[in-house]
Design a protein around this ligand. Structure first.
Ligand code: 5AD
Ligand code: SF4
Length: 473
């Protein structure tokens, strides 16, 4: 088994002229968050010049990459059951004289490292989220023996990633993710991210601007800026000063073609006055904010090391609503954190009623090895977690439905993204990320247009182009 390597990717790629290499098939599957989805796109773009074309069929793949998530236990366990299937395919293909390389990337790779190869012999390469820019070279090395590369590298992977070809960006549609920040220094006691993604790092402004200019030039109209702690962004500006997320958003909004900006995921303590003001002053910034609170109990917030209490969260929401009355909120919740009593859980329900959320993600607490929460006493029994999650989701779902129903009769700006479900329809997204189906010509795809909302289904809205339909928002 070899360890990490230092050979720069460009040098390695230069050894084999891409034109001469036979084309091979890449099957890549991503789990977990949007940053993983972005990383999977980057891996695909990186492997294209090395001779790989993407396939949706596992059976025909010469290279299989599982881009994994370690956030909750179920996510990690899924990987090992998926690897069982991959191994069967690899064996079948081997019997037919075809080789298959199997890669585990992402956060399980980072957390488990060599353990993955010990548990599943079909795996050829384990590569962490900060090292995948070395993939072409690592794959060559892994032909001889399994390779593990989970060291945090000295170089910045973004400097070694190619820009997506224009055709690939166009095929991905008019919305795009851009990682602007990675890692986390907050150390919430339930969370593996500081261990799997490492310390907080912000990308320099100019590099982000260049990436976004290329996306916009290829037709992208909406950006979601990604980071595990995105609103703690503090990247170097072109003049050598540190820029905030608010300043970055204002700069990106100036890029021709960029109509909408979103950012995720944020920590309440990093919602500074400038960012709150941006929700008032920057029309491109969508009035929809994902701001995880996790729990409404002050005791559990403290045990989670969230570093704020419920009153502080409430104050931020009041200021945001003051700055942008239309803003809708989304959040993450964890039930059954160690020590969570019935009273703590009741406080969470009460807090949800007090704030009201348009949407939310909620989870049973899952003890993650190596995090402080896993060693706490008073772990909550599974049946209690299940019951609390059901009660929480019932309340959140009722709030989501009430929010959606409240939009009927209102006119919302919709960015049209693609053909709709039925002939003559096109589909887009509201400012609140809901899919909206409208009878309109395909020529309107790519535009932001006012739509009067006429109906609501479980997961989408219906509407008609509003009177001023030719006016671009
Ligand atoms: N158990 C359950 N949920 C978790 N999350 C993070 N770690 C855990 C865990 N150990 C949830 C949090 C976070 C979201 C991305 O995943 O709610 O905001
Ligand atoms: Fe999963 Fe978190 Fe890693 Fe994203 S950063 S893939 S959510 S563990």
């Amino acid at each position: 088994m070899t360890d990490t390597i230092d050979l720069p990717v460009e040098e390695a790629a230069a050894e084999t002229p891409p034109a001469a290499a036979p084309r091979r098939k890449l099957f890549i599957k991503s789990y977990g968050c949007q940053m993983n989805a972005y990383d999977a796109q980057k891996m695909t773009d990186l492997l294209a010049p090395a001779g790989f074309d993407e396939t949706q069929s596992l059976d025909e793949a010469d290279l299989v990459i599982l881009n994994t998530c370690h956030i909750r236990e179920r996510a990690a366990e899924k990987i090992f059951s998926e690897l069982g299937k991959v191994r069967a395919v690899k064996n079948t293909r081997r019997a037919e004289g075809r080789a298959t390389q199997v890669v585990v990337a992402g956060c399980v790779a980072q957390a488990e490292g060599g353990e993955i190869v010990r548990r599943q012999k079909a795996v050829d390469l384990v590569v962490g989220p900060q090292n995948y820019h070395r993939l072409p070279d690592l794959l060559r090395r892994a032909e001889a023996a399994p390779v593990i590369d989970t060291e945090f590298p000295a170089e910045d992977k973004f400097d070694h990633l190619p820009r997506a070809p224009r055709s690939a960006t166009q095929a991905r549609g008019i919305t795009a993710f851009v990682t602007v920040q990675e890692g986390c220094d907050k150390f919430c006691t339930f969370c593996v991210v500081p261990y799997t993604r490492g310390a907080e790092v912000s990308r320099p402004v100019e590099k982000i601007v260049a990436e976004v200019e290329a996306l916009a030039e290829a037709g992208v109209r909406e950006l979601t800026l990604l980071g595990q702690n995105v609103n703690a962004y503090h990247g170097e500006g072109p003049e050598g000063r540190i820029w905030s997320l608010a300043k970055l958003c204002a700069r990106l909004a100036e890029i021709p073609g960029i109509a909408r900006l979103r950012y995720t995921t944020s920590h309440p303590n990093d919602m500074d006055a400038e960012l709150i003001a941006a929700h008032r002053d920057l029309p491109a910034l969508m009035p929809y904010l994902h701001l995880p609170v996790q729990t409404g109990s002050d005791a559990i917030l403290a045990a989670m090391n969230r570093k704020h209490d419920r009153a502080a969260y409430r104050r931020i929401i009041d200021r945001l609503r003051g700055a942008c009355p239309d803003i809708a909120l989304s959040s993450d919740f964890i039930v059954g954190f160690p020590g969570e009593s019935e009273a703590d859980f009741a406080a969470t329900l009460d807090f949800i009623r007090e704030i009201t959320f348009a949407s939310a993600f909620s989870f049973k607490y899952s003890p993650r090895p190596g995090t402080p929460g896993a060693d706490l006493p008073d772990q909550v029994p599974e049946d209690v977690k299940i019951a609390r999650l059901a009660a929480l989701q019932e309340l959140l779902d009722a709030q989501r439905q009430a929010f959606n129903a409240g939009l009927v009769g209102r006119t919302l700006a919709v960015l049209f993204e693609k053909k709709g479900r039925h002939a003559g329809q096109i589909a887009g997204r509201s400012p609140y990320l809901q899919p909206v189906q409208v009878d309109a010509p395909e020529t309107m795809i790519g535009q932001v247009l006012p739509v009067e909302i006429t109906g609501v289904a479980t997961n989408s809205l219906f509407g008609r182009l509003a009177a001023e339909e030719t006016k671009r928002l």
